[in-house]
Design a protein around this ligand. Structure first.
Ligand SMILES: [Zn+2]
Ligand SMILES: [Zn+2]
Length: 350
């Protein structure tokens, strides 16, 4: 896995869901779900600027109070994403405390509610007006699909989301880091050029897929941007991580996940149950090891990382990890039509 994004299961495989995503060369982290966050230190918590909540069953949301607590002295904005109702639920948490000693603009939350049709409703909760809700801004779905691209501020990654079914709406998420361009210092030296701001300009054009015109070298010479880019830049694959938890294995969920999150490199996925307990998984609207592997292969993933394993396996979490890995490896080797019939058979069994 590329080191540009790191994945840390805050409470291990069986604890409350909370997954910390770190970005290399980037001052901020992102958190998927806020189960207990006691395992994280204040320094790590303060790096989290975006919190993606799947849904508000207590094991996914009880740690959010700690995010509230650590952010009080810092006058910064926290971005929070979740399904419909999340703004009111965060507001309710905030209103449970007394706030008579705050300074202006001390606490601000930008809350994004993802709707079933892919629209996003953004509202700001501020300590300046007792965390009142109001002035919602709606972002339309991407290309008329049911997928949402979140209107986050100051990030160089993209968060997309779609609503899935768990008996209650649940947000599935993916984070995408765009392709990036590395510079060959040797090539720069071979061309006899002095490094300078022109290199950053070229990289910027390349990221925007818009290399044209000329760039100015430190000696004032103007050079063709395309030629220079070809000589010194190498495109490296970005990275896409998908996060799915607490969903039932249904045709509709699978279709939505595939339409929104295909082309993922890594799937972080709950596997509450092992394959032998797939009836219990269906009853509780959770996934099994095999179903998680089927989703990962359907998305084209090369890595599957499981978590949120049920307490009934508390004495042997590793068996769930091994079982998921076995299914993932076997299913990855199947031709597409065999995979499709395996998935069809899984639906029939349920
Ligand atoms: Zn859960
Ligand atoms: Zn749940």
């Amino acid at each position: 896995m590329s080191a540009r994004m790191t994945i840390d299961l805050v409470n291990g495989i069986g604890g409350d869901p909370a997954v910390l995503i770190g970005f290399q060369n980037h001052g901020q982290n992102l958190l998927f779900d806020a189960g207990s966050l006691e395992a994280l230190g204040v320094k790590e918590l303060l790096k989290i600027r975006t919190v993606c909540i799947s849904h508000t069953h207590v094991d996914h949301f009880i740690g959010f109070d700690r995010m509230i607590r650590v952010n009080i002295p810092h006058f910064r904005t926290l971005e929070v994403i979740g399904p419909i109702g999340i703004a009111n639920q965060i507001r309710s948490k905030l209103l449970a405390y007394t706030w008579n000693l705050l300074e202006p603009k001390q606490m601000t939350y930008r809350i994004h509610e993802v709707l079933g049709d892919g629209r996003v409703v953004t509202q700001v909760l501020s300590s300046d007006d007792q965390f009142s809700l109001g002035n919602p801004v709606t972002t339309q779905p991407l290309n008329n699909t049911k997928g949402a691209i979140l209107p986050l501020q100051q990030t160089d990654f993209i968060v997309s989301a779609t609503i899935l079914d768990h008996g209650t709406p649940v947000c599935g998420y993916s984070i995408t880091l765009p392709d990036f361009f590395t510079v060959s210092i040797n090539a720069v030296a071979t061309l006899g050029l002095a490094p300078g701001p022109w290199i950053g300009e070229l990289q910027k054009m390349a990221v925007g897929d818009n290399i044209s015109g000329f760039v100015e070298l430190p000696n004032g010479e103007m050079r063709d941007a395309k030629e220079l880019a070809k000589a010194i830049l190498t495109r490296s694959h970005g990275q896409k991580i998908t996060y799915l938890t607490d969903i039932v294995f249904s045709k509709e969920n699978l279709a939505r996940v595939v339409s929104q999150f295909s082309g993922s490199d890594t799937l972080i996925c709950e596997t509450n149950f092992r394959h032998e307990h797939r009836d219990r998984a269906a009853n509780k609207k959770h996934l099994t090891t095999k179903q998680a592997a089927m989703i990962a292969v359907s998305l084209g993933c090369v890595h599957l990382k499981i978590f949120h394993v049920s307490n009934i396996y508390a004495n042997d979490h590793q068996a769930s990890v091994d079982e998921a890995a076995d299914f993932f490896s076997t299913l990855s080797g199947l031709p597409p039509d065999h995979l499709r019939s395996e998935i069809e058979a899984e639906f029939v069994r349920l």
